[in-house]
Design a protein around this ligand. Structure first.
Ligand code: GLA
Length: 388
């Protein structure tokens, strides 16, 4: 049964009657540009074909009820009672979107919503942005907000979903995941400038060149609410305070050596070096992608991984092993993707080598005593939209 069918069935069994419609929003995989979003830098994700479906119906009162495949039913919440810690379980992600929409000045009523998803959870592929995006898309259409109509509206919705995650779900993330899920274009990567919110859609033509993007889910689970993500963010803020700047975007590759010398702190200097060089790599990667220069793209992946492993210190043995093994198997480039400390890596692989690369990575994991990884061949799917 597909995720869509599951969501429809769940709606019928939990709420009964006919829904008003079905909406969907994708997970994402970031090609390059890690921990640059909250530093006002550049990111280059693609939306995945894997997505979360929201089967929804507006209510006449102000109660929001959410159910999700494989989860305990969410508690019914009145729109006026949504707050940090209420609700406290998984449903705080979608319910938080209702809170953030109202904060942004939109008039809403209650909703009954059933979710099901084929985005792997805990794989660093933004299952949370997918559920937020699906909820936001449904609410926008059901209450006539028009936020899916153009990129301007989608940009507003992405910011709303990020705010739901930051405030109600209490995860201090940047805005990349929600932008990827809501503002992407099928067949393209999204080059997002987190300083001014502008986007460029860059053609993603790996398959035309006989290549594929292999995602290796290490199955090591990560959590953004835990301390490491927040501590990296705090270190960046500390560096800005010491340098007297508003964001690390103010540092260029040219001014980097002077900034690092002024910091005079090894850990902060390495964090800053990662962020500044990573935004430069995104700039180069977007150009390489547009030029179908996948050798250059691969080279940038390798540099990015080294920077995250050594300077930002967010990799882990499973991610490093998947990257090294993919490169040994002939990948043009490989790197960890997402927040780090587990989740997934990606590799640019010749389609003819896919099978062998997966076998080599699986054997290496087995030999190292790690749990078997999961493989996904990623394509650039459409953004959040009405399904039916
Ligand atoms: C997570 C966050 C994003 C971003 C990445 C790292 O996915 O949700 O905002 O910071 O980590 O690039």
């Amino acid at each position: 049964m597909t995720a869509l069918d599951t969501a429809v069935e769940l709606f019928t069994t939990q709420f009964g009657g006919e829904p008003d419609g079905v909406w969907e929003a994708p997970g994402r995989v970031n090609l390059i540009g890690e921990h640059t979003d909250y530093n006002q830098g550049l990111v280059l994700p693609i939306a995945l074909p894997q997505r979360t479906y929201a089967v929804a119906r507006a209510r006449a009162d102000r109660v929001v009820r959410c159910v999700s495949d494989g989860m305990d039913p969410g508690i019914p919440v009145d729109l006026d009672d949504i707050a940090v810690g209420h609700p406290s379980q998984w449903e705080r992600y979608p319910v938080g979107v209702m809170w953030a929409l109202r904060e942004a000045g939109h008039e809403l009523a209650g909703m009954d919503v059933a979710f099901a998803s084929d985005v792997p959870v805990g794989a660093g592929l933004s299952s949370s942005a997918a559920i937020e995006g699906a909820m936001g898309a449904a609410a926008s259409d059901l209450f006539g907000l028009g936020l899916l109509d153009d990129d301007e509206g989608r940009s507003v919705l992405a910011t709303v979903c990020q705010r739901a995650e930051n405030v109600i779900a209490q995860a201090p993330t940047g805005g990349m995941d929600q932008a990827a899920s809501i503002r992407s274009k099928q067949g393209h990567a999204l080059c997002l400038d987190c300083q001014d919110g502008s986007v460029a859609h860059v053609p993603f033509r790996l398959s035309e060149a006989g290549l594929a993007l292999l995602v290796v889910n290490t199955r090591v689970s990560h959590s953004h609410s835990d301390g490491e993500y927040g501590s990296r963010r705090a270190q960046c803020e500390q560096a800005c305070a010491r340098l007297g700047i508003d964001s690390l975007r103010e540092i260029t590759p040219q001014t980097l050596p002077v900034a690092l010398a002024r910091l005079n702190d090894d850990v902060l200097a390495r964090r800053v070096r990662h962020v500044v060089t990573e935004t430069e790599r995104v700039r180069l990667a977007a150009r390489a992608l547009a030029d179908d220069d996948f050798v250059e793209l691969g080279r940038l992946f390798v540099d990015s991984h080294a920077s995250m492993r050594d300077d930002y210190e967010i990799s882990c043995p499973e991610l490093d092993l998947s990257v090294v093994t993919a490169l040994e198997a002939g990948a043009l480039g490989a790197r960890m993707t997402g927040g780090g400390f587990g989740g997934s890596s990606i590799a640019v692989v010749y389609a003819a080598h896919l099978e062998q690369t997966m076998n080599q990575v699986a054997s290496a994991f087995d030999a190292a005593g790690h749990a078997a990884p999961e493989f996904i061949v990623a394509q650039a799917g459409p953004p959040a939209r009405r399904t039916a």
